[in-house]
Design a protein around this ligand. Sequence first.
Ligand code: NAD
Ligand code: IPM
Ligand code: MN
Length: 352
Amino acid sequence: MSEKTRRIAFIPGDGIGIEVTAEAIKALEALIKSHGLAVDYRVFDWGAEKYLREGVSLPEGAFDIFRRDYAAIFIGALGDPRVPSNQHAADILLGTRFNLDLYVNQRPVKLLDARLCPLKNRSEQDVDFVIFRENTEGLYVGMGGVFKKNTPDEIAVQEDMNTRKGVERILVYAFEYAGAHGLKKLCMSDKANALPFGHGLWQRAFAEVRKRYPGIESRHLYVDTLNMELVRDPSQFEVIVTCNMFGDILSDLGAALQGGLGLAPSANIHPGQVSMFETVHGSAPNIAGKNVANPMAAVLTVGMMLDHLGHAQAAARAEEAVREAIRENVTTPDLGGSFGTRETGDWIAARL
Ligand code: NAD
Ligand code: IPM
Ligand code: MN
């Protein structure tokens, strides 16, 4: 490995995460060859299987190793019915987001082929926006507890934590991204009418940050209205920025607009530091092990990762190959095709 070779950590995880990551690696290998990329990778066997066998979700010092030796991390998916607590997923997935302070969760929603949109009469131009989800705070911080558990008087508290710094940095990132990509429309979404403390802070931070970007047409929608508007007319959105929980929910809706979870990639970023890339979908236990999962989201995620590492051409090629596969009807059953996960992955890798 030369000085400049950059290393990627692959964590296939559980269920279809394992299947789609295998195809993502095939695509990466093809791109390394065809574009002469100075990229190397290592696969880590962390997931439910290891957790059940050894009681370990990930080894001590894992995050220090990532920070020191890796340029990017790819996670397949985590979640297994045999681990009802979801502990290993919390440790590995949320652990990576929190420990590496990956405060930007970038989830693009791009219709690659008009035939895949569930809405009537929509073209590729109508569905093309990006969701920026705050990724280190909100309802996800795990603050709270239960009292009188398993009694009729049980009480459960789950705190929604919002910091001025945390909110401001994701808002600034979204505005900066819009500016850098020639995007003019930005929508901040919260639920300040019902959550006046936590989301009142979002309102105040937004009022201040938007003043610094007079060239960007920014507006606010409550999340219930945004949800409705995204279905009614997605063409009005270019950049959406919101809190952790709403970003999670909106991104599955966004995935549906582009043809399903099998097509939705994402990036978890801390600018200038090691970042993590994953599909929006989960481990899908209902279809795991059947060679039917769509590997395209994983291939597009490799594209986002390479773009982040400065390989824009290879990234564009990954997206184009997926577009070609869809056009040629080389698709898995979720997109109406009869190809398997591996066969679709092979076709894309050959194209690359
Ligand atoms: P899911 O995303 O795994 O599946 C939702 C539905 O979409 C299922 O019907 C599934 O079959 C389908 N689907 C998802 N990806 C697909 C693909 N690539 N091709 C074809 N169909 C696909 O969500 P879920 O069922 O709510 O969660 C299952 C497990 O995954 C849970 O343990 C959950 O916590 C976990 N999860 C993990 C991640 C992650 O690791 N990034 C993300 C979401 C959910
Ligand atoms: C996602 C997933 C995760 C989240 C779960 C598995 C904790 O749904 O990445 O969208 O809610 O962030
Ligand atoms: Mn989700």
